[in-house]
Design a protein around this ligand. Structure first.
Ligand code: SAM
Ligand code: ZN
Length: 300
C-alpha cells in the first residue's frame, strides 16, 4: 500500500492548501491520504476536515470540483509516445536552461498544465522540487508512475509531486513558488502571480508562428502561420515581461505512429479533412519546423 509520507516531498507538501476550504494540508497519520487542518473559516463554518486520497500510482487529486476534464487517456498516450521519440528534446533543453537561469538553487517549481510530466521530470532532475498540476487524471497518473519508475531505477529522493487540479485554482499557498512553468497549456496570469514569490519567474512556452508548418503544408492546401497566444499576462496582472526567446529546429518524423501522435496533439486534428489526413498517412516522412516561443515574466 502506498505510503504518502514516503512518497511526497515534504517541501512541496508544506505549501499545499485545501482546494475546498483553503487551510494548510498534511499527510494523514496512516499515510494514505492528504487532509487539511480543520479550521473554522467563512468557507468552512463547521471546521470540517477534508480528505484527499492518493491514487495507486502516487498522485493526489486536488481538483476543486469533480471536473473529469483535461486530456483523454488516448491523447495522453499519444503525446507520451511522441515526446519519448526525442523530437522536442532541443526545445526541452532550452526550457531547462531558462528554469536554471531564473531559479535559485533548490528553488520550488510549479509546472501548471504539466501533462504526463515530460518537462517537469527534466526540471526535477536538475535539482528543483517540482509540483506538477494538470486537470487530466490520466496525464497526472502517467506522470506519477514515470516518476516512481525513475526513482526506483535512479534511487534518488522524490523531487516531484503530481496533483490533479486546475491552473485557474491552484491548490497552493500564496507566494510559495520560485518559478512557474506553463508549457503549451492554458495560461492563468492572475493565479500564477498569486502563487509566485515576489521576484519569482513565470516561463510560458507556446507555438511560434512557424511551429509545425511542414505538417500543415501536408494536410492543408493553404497553410497559415500561427497567431501569437492571446492568454499571456497583460498589464495589471502583476507580472512584467523580462525576455522572449524562440527555439526553432527542423525535425523529420519517419515512424508513422509518431507522426499520427504528433498530429493528434495539435488543434488541427479535429479540423482536418479526410484527404488531408490521408496525405499525412501516405507520406514517407514528415519534415517540419518545430518552433517554441518562450516568454519569461517576473512577479512584481
Ligand atoms: C497540450 S497539453 C501540454 C502538456 C505538457 N505541458 C506538455 O507540453 O507536454 C495541455 C495540458 O493542459 C491540461 N489542461 C487543460 N486545461 C487545464 C486546466 N484548466 N487546468 C490544468 N490543466 C489543464 C490538459 O489536460 C493537458 O495535459
Ligand atoms: Zn479543507
Amino acid at each position: 500500500m502506498l505510503d504518502l509520507k514516503q512518497e511526497l516531498n515534504p517541501r512541496l507538501t508544506a505549501v499545499l492548501r485545501c482546494p475546498v476550504c483553503g487551510a494548510p494540508m498534511g499527510v494523514s497519520p496512516e499515510g494514505r491520504s492528504l487532509s487539511c487542518t480543520a479550521w473554522v473559516t467563512a468557507r468552512n463554518p463547521k471546521g470540517k476536515t477534508h480528505l484527499f486520497d492518493g491514487g495507486a500510482g502516487g498522485y493526489v487529486s486536488l481538483a476543486p470540483h469533480h471536473s473529469g476534464g483535461g486530456d483523454s487517456k488516448e491523447a495522453v498516450r499519444a503525446r507520451s509516445s511522441f515526446l519519448r521519440s526525442g523530437c522536442y528534446a532541443p526545445a526541452a533543453e532550452a526550457i531547462d536552461a531558462l528554469v536554471k537561469e531564473y531559479t535559485p538553487e533548490g528553488g520550488l517549481v510549479l509546472d501548471a498544465g504539466c501533462g504526463e510530466g515530460y518537462y517537469s521530470g527534466r526540471i526535477a532532475a536538475e535539482g528543483f522540487p517540482v509540483l506538477g498540476v494538470d486537470l487530466s487524471k490520466f496525464a497526472v497518473d502517467a506522470a506519477a508512475k514515470a516518476a516512481r519508475r525513475e526513482r526506483t531505477e535512479g534511487g534518488y529522493d522524490s523531487r516531484t509531486l503530481y496533483a490533479v487540479g486546475s491552473v485557474f485554482e491552484l491548490p497552493v499557498e500564496d507566494q510559495s513558488f520560485d518559478t512557474l512553468t506553463n508549457i503549451f497549456a492554458p495560461c492563468a496570469p492572475v493565479e500564477y502571480a498569486r502563487v509566485l514569490k515576489q521576484g519569482g519567474h513565470l516561463v510560458v512556452a507556446g507555438a511560434g508562428e512557424r511551429h509545425l508548418l511542414g505538417l500543415k503544408r501536408l494536410i492543408y492546401d493553404d497553410p497559415y502561420l500561427n497567431d501569437p497566444r492571446r492568454d499571456l499576462p497583460a498589464e495589471g496582472d502583476g507580472l512584467t515581461l523580462v525576455e522572449t526567446r524562440n527555439v526553432s529546429l527542423a525535425v523529420t518524423v519517419t515512424d508513422p505512429a509518431h507522426r499520427e501522435a504528433l498530429f493528434s496533439m495539435t488543434p488541427y486534428y479535429w479540423r482536418t479533412s479526410r484527404e488531408g489526413h490521408g496525405r499525412l498517412l501516405a507520406a514517407k516522412a514528415l519534415e517540419t519546423e518545430v518552433s517554441f516561443d518562450l516568454h519569461v515574466y517576473k512577479k512584481n
